[in-house]
Design a protein. Structure first.
Length: 281
């Protein structure tokens, strides 16, 4: 199977849907709509919305059923990146090779752009989800991105930055990564599955795959970026964690057979990066 081609096809599907859902940049007030499009249509990998669509398909649904949910999740992800880049947070001037939102449009518009994308995400989910489990899905998304999830992880990360990031212990590190990164992968798969099935075992397996995938994804990214905590935790221990979580992720797909091969391919792309000897040197 040409998984890279499948990935590209899913990306095109999501990009086309996002383009249709976003207000035109000539629609007033034009400044906020231009900023929304600038950030959302900026070459994202679209992993989270793709995972939502794949999960729906794996459980017997169609991609059309999942597109509103998938794009809503991508808008949430984009809003979080805009706010994460702000000077009061991570203070990043660039995002995906272009000036970050606050550098392009100013801090006030960047904050409002994130707010607008979050609001639009809920509108998309409310309008596109059928009556079946709609309230439950949206409630679960709220839990995943709020103070007990993504936002809570960001708070933990900020507190760490204010102290000594190099001295972080393993539990705190994993709490941050789980909440800040893994929860959104997990809820993408969980919600996509819930659109198509009441099989709680299938939903749980996909959700847990997302959790372990997210942990691997962020750990490998941090290792390659040589984050400050690396020396304290130790690259040997990080290799063990990446291997263990990758194994756990694969195990969660065992009940889906060859239909889940694309998800396993995504995991393999991450673990291949981690397998390079120089990553741990």
């Amino acid at each position: 199977m040409d998984y890279a081609r499948q990935f590209s096809e899913y990306q095109q599907l999501i990009n086309q849907a996002l383009n249709s859902f976003l207000p035109g940049d000539d629609v007033g007030p034009t400044l906020i709509h231009q900023a929304m499009r600038y950030c959302v249509m900026n070459r994202g990998k679209r992993l989270r919305p793709i995972f939502a669509v794949i999960a729906c398909e794996l459980c017997g649904g169609t991609r059309d059923e999942a597109l509103g949910l998938a794009c809503g999740i991508e808008l949430i992800h984009t809003y979080s990146l805009i706010h994460d880049d702000l000077p009061s947070m991570d203070n990043d001037d660039y995002r995906r090779g272009k000036p970050s939102c606050h550098k392009q449009y100013g801090e006030a518009v960047a904050i409002l752009t994130g707010d607008a994308l979050l609001s639009l995400s809920y509108k998309l989910m409310c309008e596109s989800l059928q009556r079946r489990r709609k309230v439950e899905i949206i409630r679960n998304v709220c839990d995943a991105i709020g103070s007990f999830g993504m936002v809570g992880g960001q708070v933990l990360d900020l507190r760490l930055q204010e102290s000594d990031a190099a001295a972080v212990d393993e539990k705190t590190l994993l709490d941050i990564i789980h909440n800040k990164t893994a929860r959104l992968f997990s809820i993408s798969l969980e919600s996509g599955a819930m659109l198509a099935t009441d099989d709680e075992e299938a939903i749980r397996r996909l959700s847990e795959f997302g959790t372990f995938f997210g942990l691997v994804f962020q750990l490998v990214d941090d290792i390659m970026d040589n984050e400050a905590y690396i020396a304290t935790i130790g690259k040997g221990r990080l290799r063990e964690l990446v291997t263990a979580y990758s194994t756990q992720a694969r195990e969660r797909l065992s009940g889906f057979g060859p239909r889940a091969a694309l998800l396993e391919w995504f995991l393999e792309q991450i673990t291949q990066k981690a397998a390079a000897p120089q990553v741990y040197s």
